[in-house]
Design a protein around this ligand. Structure first.
Ligand code: CU
Length: 153
């Protein structure tokens, strides 16, 4: 059992996805940027990301841009009276000392009008614009259609 435990620890660096690496932008650390493979271009794509604010000033995510879609936008998943809706949000606060995750079932970026199908294993650039930190460009990793996110250990 002990040997198995050690072996599984050793395996972690090899399995950790490149999407787990953080990109630093001022006080912000942006990591875990990923998307899902799409079936063609008729359905919108998604982008998920984790933003950590290590500073003492609040920041706000105000926009998203990518060559992968004609109209990327920020969304929120809301369940009200058993009905799921996805209202468009204009801005996502990233308070000082907080970590904000865009993740399945919560806040997310939606890629309307994909310019090309998103193929598993590929990547595409995403530019997040913050009120204080400014624009930050990161690479989104395209995971499988059923993925719930990269395994960042
Ligand atoms: Cu959405």
């Amino acid at each position: 059992m002990k040997l198995l435990f050690v072996l599984s620890l050793l395996a972690i660096p090899g399995t950790a996805s490149a999407a787990c690496e953080a990109v630093q932008a001022g006080d912000l650390a942006v990591s875990g940027v990923w998307s899902r493979a799409s079936i063609g271009t008729s359905r919108p794509g998604v982008v998920y990301v984790t933003i950590r604010n290590d500073g003492v000033e609040d920041d706000t995510l105000t926009g998203i841009a990518t060559p992968a879609a004609a109209m990327p936008m920020l969304h929120e998943s809301v369940m009200e009276d058993g009905i799921a809706t996805m209202p468009h949000v204009m801005a996502i606060p990233v308070p000082a000392g907080a970590t904000v995750a865009l993740e399945p079932g919560g806040l997310h970026a939606m890629l309307m009008d994909l310019t090309a199908p998103l193929k598993e294993g590929g990547t595409f650039p995403v530019t997040l614009t913050f009120e204080r930190a400014g624009p930050v460009t990161v690479e989104a990793e395209i995971l499988s259609l059923a993925s719930q996110g990269p395994d960042c250990g």
